[in-house]
Design a binder for this molecule. Sequence first.
Ligand code: FES
Length: 295
Amino acid sequence: MTISPEELNHHSTGPVESKSAERVVAMSFLVSFLATVALGVTFWQGGQPQLEGTFLFVALVGIGVGTVSWGKYLVPQGPFVEEREELVSTEAEKAAFEASLGRGTSELTRRKALTRLLGLSLGALGLIQLFPFVRSLGPLPKNSLTLTNWKTNARLVKPDGTPISVNDLEVGGILTAFPEGFAGNAYDQVVLVRPSQSAIVTKPGRESWAPQGYLAYSKVCTHAGCPVGLYQQLTQQLLCPCHQSLFDVMTGATPVFGPAPRPLPQLPLLIDSNGFLRAQAGFDQPVGPGYWERS
Ligand code: FES
């Protein structure tokens, strides 16, 4: 028995049923793709669990229905047996073969379109998996790692928000201070020390930065970012407890021991007419570990 291409393609379904099946498969993949796009849009706009669940369900069911229908109605169902005693085709058989071959070409094109639709649905579903990862990265830090909230004339306040006056610290004392309005902000915190009662010049060009012996340095260690919270009045050094870096407050918090690679940035201070401490300006360099400086 000779099996024609028509028989191969329509062993279990006729041409009409085959076209209907193709339509069902195409519609399933299309619905799946649209549901996946809707899922992506919903997620990107903030998400809504019930909607997302529905769209994901529709997307998966669409692919499922499409592939099952394809396998059931469009793939020839065996078994096929070909007996080989007769290898010569009659004229009628040749004509039937050519006719079915022509129709087969258009069917092949339709099948190719179905394959592409399936690829589109699966591709969209795969792409959507990346959305949670991409969104979890959050916004780019831009230059937020190099800027603090210290601005010209920002008043120094204690952790509870109380402004710091010139009488708040005895010689040898230490306080943690923040810019007014940002109390508690770890990145802005400075350590305020008073090694003496008279103005201190820590470096050339910083003649007015430490009025009445008040010195303010960033509290974020330049080694790994720990808070530099210990002050030794005897040696006039700040100590970072994490890896024991020591900073000499009288020479611009230059590191004299430990792994800190650079001085703590100094905040230029002034005392206003009411006796409150204020910043002359912000830091002139980034605070914290050195790797934040690299771009
Ligand atoms: S974090 Fe300060 S010494 Fe390491």
